[in-house]
Design a protein around this ligand. Structure first.
Ligand SMILES: Nc1ncnc2c1ncn2[C@@H]1O[C@H](COP(=O)(O)OP(=O)(O)OP(=O)(O)O)[C@@H](O)[C@H]1O
Ligand SMILES: [Mg+2]
Length: 440
């Protein structure tokens, strides 16, 4: 009897104690679990969520709040890192060089364009002082000024003699915690744009204008001089006729120059509007031969066309004709009488290479590189005396490039020259199917 009473007493007294103890233990586990979760979260594991244990002592509300918080923060962090990725892509693929300098004067960020412009790899930039990087007094002083006083600056800088870079310094008010109370601090955003090509074009343009004026001045001076003499003097009829002839020749020269210039500017303006069509090469060659046979005959020069298989090229026939006329008239012009001018069309797999070969005076190697430049003439006086403007070859190059081809020349003084250009070939002949692309 006494035993069940004791058992009941024992159960009644001890069970609550045990339950209380277990609850406390579970409460302790929960606190440890929460602590671990917070630690992991603090270390950047934003995807962490707390499991819900169906135990007493497990505080579901706290776990839920924790989970809500981590889920929200995970979303925000994802959004921010996606935004950061986009910005990084933009920065790294920009052609503008970007360098971020912090208020202490050290480089915080540099993009690839800037690394390339200054020819320094990333390791040379990170946390470096700007003075040790740029080593340019004006730029260094301007950066310091921008850092200290927030003064913006802009100037061009020549790098390695070959590159001109436009640099802009944009001061950015710094929120750095280390800024002294009341002191305004600035970071500096340095933007660098490569303006080399722009400056080169500007220089070319002004050189071109100077050249044109110079070329026009000579015939104008001659015409004026002879006209004045004719007005003043009672010269014999024969001399008068000679002067008038000179005036006529000079005006022709001016006319040729002006037409060439107009042609060049028309080509430049219409380059993007050229209609490329399938043109039978032979038709154009024949038109050119028709136009120049008489000229060659008059100068006692043999004009020969080497036979070639019919082929179509991708071109604009009037422009292509102009290329032939320019090269062939040069060949006739710079070949002494008794010489020979040959047209040869090499048919390659995907291109046609046209040669205009003469047995003329030839060109010394030092001139070959510059021959296709505007107004370039090997022998200025000789070319000028014969009415040459020095624009023919630059027109040729312009047209061939616009048609997608290349031009070139091989020459030997006293032996002759071989001016060549390529064109895209259109219809392939059946036997070419066995040839590999790009082969000749
Ligand atoms: N076949 C050639 N043989 C030798 N020299 C040549 C030949 N073709 C061109 N040249 C040289 O190249 C220079 C430039 O040729 P280009 O055709 O551009 O000008 P040009 O013949 O002087 O004048 P134009 O603009 O009236 O043609 C010539 O002045 C000449 O010195
Ligand atoms: Mg010429």
């Amino acid at each position: 009897m006494i035993v069940p009473v004791m058992l009941a007493f024992f159960a009644g007294m001890v069970t609550p104690l045990i339950v209380f103890g277990i609850r406390r233990r579970w409460g302790k586990y929960f606190m440890e679990y929460l602590q671990d979760s917070l630690d992991a979260f603090g270390n950047g594991d934003y995807s962490l969520r707390m499991y819900e244990y169906l135990r007493r002592g497990f505080n579901r509300e706290i776990a839920n709040s924790f989970n809500q918080m981590t889920s929200r923060i995970e979303t925000v962090v994802d959004e921010l890192s996606a935004e950061r990725d986009v910005l990084e892509h933009i920065l790294h693929n920009m052609t503008t060089g970007i360098i971020y300098i912090t208020r202490g004067g050290t480089i915080e960020m540099v993009n690839e364009a800037a690394q390339l412009m200054f020819r320094k790899p990333l390791e040379h930039w990170t946390k470096q002082d700007h003075w040790s990087l740029f080593r340019n007094y004006h730029l260094g002083a301007a950066i310091d000024n921008a850092l200290l006083f927030g003064t913006p600056w802009q100037s061009e800088l020549n790098l390695r003699d070959t590159q001109t870079v436009l640099i802009r310094l944009v001061p950015v008010p710094s929120k750095s915690k280390t800024a002294m109370h009341g002191e305004v601090a600035f970071d500096v955003l340095m933007l660098c744009n490569d303006v080399t090509e722009f400056r080169r074009l500007e220089r070319m343009r002004s050189e071109f204008v100077a050249n044109v004026s110079h070329e026009l001045k000579t015939p104008i001076a001659a015409i004026r001089g002879f006209a004045e003499t004719l007005l003043d003097d009672e010269a014999p009829a024969e001399v008068q006729k000679q002067f008038l002839q000179t005036i006529y020749d000079e005006s022709n020269r001016m006319n040729a120059l002006v037409s060439d210039l107009l042609e060049l500017s028309r080509l430049e303006a219409e380059e993007h509007r050229i209609q490329l069509l399938t043109v039978p090469l032979m038709d154009v060659v024949e038109r050119a031969l028709d136009r120049l046979t008489q000229v060659a005959l008059a100068r006692q020069i043999q004009l020969e066309l080497e036979p070639f298989e019919p082929v179509n090229v991708w071109a604009e026939d009037d422009l292509l004709l102009q290329v032939f006329l320019n090269l062939m008239s040069n060949a006739i012009h710079y070949t002494p009488s008794g010489g020979k001018v040959t047209i040869r069309c090499e048919i390659l797999v995907d291109r046609v290479k046209v040669h205009v070969i003469d047995t003329g005076i030839g060109i010394a190697p030092e001139h070959l590189d510059r021959l296709f430049e505007r107004f370039y003439r090997v022998n200025r006086d000789r070319s000028r005396a014969s009415g040459g403007t020095g624009l023919g070859l630059s027109i040729v190059k312009h047209i061939v490039t616009a048609l997608g081809g290349e031009v070139g020349v091989e020459s030997e003084v006293g032996k002759g020259s071989d001016f060549w250009f390529t064109l895209s070939r259109m219809s392939r002949l059946p036997e070419d199917k066995s040839l590999s692309m790009g082969g000749e």
